[in-house]
Design a protein. Sequence first.
Lengths: 210, 483
Amino acid sequence: MSEWAPLQQALISGNEEELCRLVRQALDQGTSAKDILNQALTPAMDVVGERMENEDMFIPEVLMAAKAMSAAVEILKPFLTADELNAAGKVVIGTVKGDLHDIGKNLVAMMMESAGFEVKDLGVDVAPEAFVAAARDNGAQLVCLSALLTTTMPMMQETIAALEAEGLRHKVKVMVGGAPVTQDFAASIHADGYAPDAGSAAKLAKTLVQ
Amino acid sequence: MKSKGRRGGIYRPLSQDQIETIHHAALTLLEKVGFTYESGLEDLLEMLEQAGAAVDRDRARVTFPRSLVETQIAKAPGRVILYGRSEDSHLDLQDHQVHLGTGGAAIKIVDPETGTARPSTLQDIYQLARLVDRLDNIHFYLRPCIPTDIPEAAYDVNVFYACFKGTRKHVMAGVNTEETLHDVLEMAAILAGGLDALKARPFLSIITSFAISPLKFCTQSTRIMREANRHHIPVALSCAPMAGSTSPITMAGTLAQIHAEQLAGITVCQLTQPGAPVLYGGIPGMANLRTMGYLGGAVECGMMNAAIHQMAAHVGVPNYNSAGLSDSKIPDAQAGWEKALTIVLAAMGGSNYVHHAAGMLESMLAVAYEQFVIDDEIIGMACRVLDGIPLDAERLALEVIESVGPGGNFMTSPHTLAHLHDEYYEGNGISDRKSRSKWEKEGASGTWGRARRMVERLLSEDESPYIPGSLDGQIRKRFDILL
Ligand code: B12
């Protein structure tokens, strides 16, 4: 653990320059990219996620850490296989049709990316068919739906129905969230998961996709 | 003592120089950065282009020359009267005249029976309207919550119906489509005795969140806004960025961005319908930087809402803004201090139409019946501040002091009797000012409990027939009324 401490410290404090320097140094010293990613970076990002969940960290600082993480992963990329790179899995995320709120959805996408998922963000006002197409074309294991309006929550159910109609429902897990969404609502539309914030969303995603 | 329409403008967080700096910064933003947009606004772009704005369709950018903005802003009325359906409930919005009322689109309500939050219903909107009708310091009724128990397509007509049925006060709400705007106007025209009568004395107005901060037109809301303009129905040009997330983290930067967004919105309205009644609708808010959620109860929200009124007054347009939000989940002490501070600051600033000022909790996500009663008291006190300390020979009371003489007392002086009811805010009954023994005898209850009893008493009164039977039949025949 301690051998990674400087690297992890640089990541958690969002010090991109220092992190990249340390990553390059580790590579130069012959450490495998896979170890750097799985033993140093990902656990450190989990710490960030936890702190975010506990509201112990300011979101702009979380975003700086995520940005540093991406930069570090860029450096590791050439030395990683595609599987190692997006080990966690493939996610399609978007805000459902009729809904334009994206602040929360963006945070969720960012935390999932940092947790090692390959994230395809479809943006806002996304029709069920668009979710279906993206899930199919990207071979996603997880589809994440965000809604902030009581009036657009039914669209989550319609999106799930569209996945069913296309025969994709058994191939993907569906997670839902957004301020008006509850665990009960998620259960009632047969979603596989619900999380109240971005930190726990990324955690839950990992357990769902395993 | 009536609290409505008192004059603020006594708390001015911005100096004249600072107001002008922000105004020019906003004009520069519109000229250099401009607005972006998505599909569905081609008619808007054409109108703006013809008026002299530059539209770059490849980058989806509209930029506004200063002169265009300045000429259009000058066309916006400096006075907007929002009517009620009784002579005592009209609101005269101009200058620094202050009005405060409800607001929001909360999705939950704290149930008085259980004390826990549940989804809000159409019946809640009606009962809250009845409650607000009986609370004198709440000057208007902006639907405070959403009817989660009815189908979405039925929202708009039913929301307005429930409001009209419950209160004579001015009603404001948003609508979801241009079609339902027409439905709502048709229903209101039945109550007004015709569409022309409604347009002449609009007892309803529409919130249109035309801007998605930063600097982007919302297609749907912009279309609704322009359709309301064409019908001469007053609109509140709501834009509510959160400092740190959808506007700069600094207060000054947030004010400049909001002012730019408002100048663009007013320009669009005045080009659509010269002289259209609009309310400058900048609502400075803050992001909770630990979650990026909306932070309502911060003291800076009160400061910024006073400042944004100064910006609206600078361009001579009455304003709609916000105070009285709280991040607390229940009617507790935190709700009390957050509301009192933001409400008194916004009122002292001179804001013309302050929504969210009664009932709101949980950063805009919930309301509570009891909170409306408590906030009525806070608003009453805040408005009392606006009157200041009247001073003339009668009030200075030198002769009275002389006639009572050293060592006497003023309890039976005619002067005391004469001013018994006009010098101090009397309260709506929610503040406990009793002796401890009397308070203990009456159950030793806190504010929340006392407010609950007051709500029960007010709502047990007879229903007022604000929609007479004959018109009710007509409305129900035409629309699917679910109340
Ligand atoms: C900011 C905001 C806006 C901005 C959005 C800007 C943007 N780029 O997103 C603007 C101004 C555009 C806007 C518009 C409208 N809004 Co709005 N808005 C809000 C506000 C204040 C904050 C939302 C937010 O960003 N929260 C911060 C983020 C971080 O939190 P979050 O979204 O909840 O996300 C977290 C979790 O929920 C979760 N999560 C989110 N998504 C997902 C997905 C998954 C899969 C998972 C697991 C988890 C998850 O993780 C996130 C991070 O921790 C809320 C009030 C509130 N307190 O929530 C109203 C609110 C949602 N809006 C409301 C309304 C009414 C509207 C409008 C209809 C207003 C109007 N009259 O025109 C329009 C609708 C436009 C449309 N068609 O969508 C109402 C909703 C009422 C209802 N019927 O449900 C609310 C509740 C405010 C209110 N009480 O009045 N709004």
